[in-house]
Write a protein that binds this ligand. Structure first.
Ligand code: ADP
Length: 163
């Protein structure tokens, strides 16, 4: 079985992440969305919440599973018997970081291959960080995130003005 892992912080899961997940699921037999338990990063949502939101958003895709991991991605890959890391690329600015990460993972686990999927143009500006910033300043975010994420964000921070 050709199983790929799509790792990320997903804080929160956006429509850009969903697009990569949907497209990835048509290429690989199984796609594991792997939510990073990032203790050092201050995240808006707990790992359980991030997982739940991703799961809700991808519920209609039968060959997608949402799990969490901490520590090294390559250890998680071995545990899940996957050799393919799926990552999304938005702009040239993503490239340097992604390139380093891919090389580092290759060094750590030569059997792994990183596959990049280029963002759909309509999501090229979309990032979790951008969504959080717009939201915190009262901007409308419903078109950037799946409905379940929108609901949870509104629960987290009571609406201020029109959202
Ligand atoms: P990380 O903290 O690992 O960068 P993110 O949750 O920000 O995690 O992103 C996970 C992956 O999804 C990364 O490969 C990132 O480049 C990609 N990604 C994020 N937003 C988009 C988008 N709008 N379109 C395509 N790929 C995206």
């Amino acid at each position: 079985m050709n199983r790929a892992v799509y790792p990320g912080s997903f804080d929160p899961f956006t429509n850009g992440h969903l697009d990569i997940t949907q497209r990835g699921a048509t290429i690989f037999d199984e796609l594991i969305v792997a939510v990073l338990i990032n203790e050092s990063k201050t995240s808006m949502f707990s790992v359980e919440e991030r997982q739940m939101m991703a799961r809700e958003a991808a519920v209609h895709i039968p060959n997608v599973r949402v799990l969490s991991f901490d520590g090294l991605l390559v250890d998680f890959m071995r545990k899940e018997r996957s050799r393919v890391i799926l990552r999304g690329l938005r702009a040239l600015s993503d490239f340097e970081y992604e390139f380093q990460l891919a090389q580092m993972n290759k060094q750590l686990a030569p059997e792994t291959e990183t596959f990049f999927m280029v963002t759909d143009a309509k999501y090229s500006y979309l990032s979790s960080r951008g969504v959080k910033e717009v939201f915190q300043f009262g901007g409308a975010i419903h078109e950037f995130v799946p409905p379940g994420v929108f609901r949870r964000m509104r629960e987290r921070v009571p609406p201020r003005g029109v959202r």
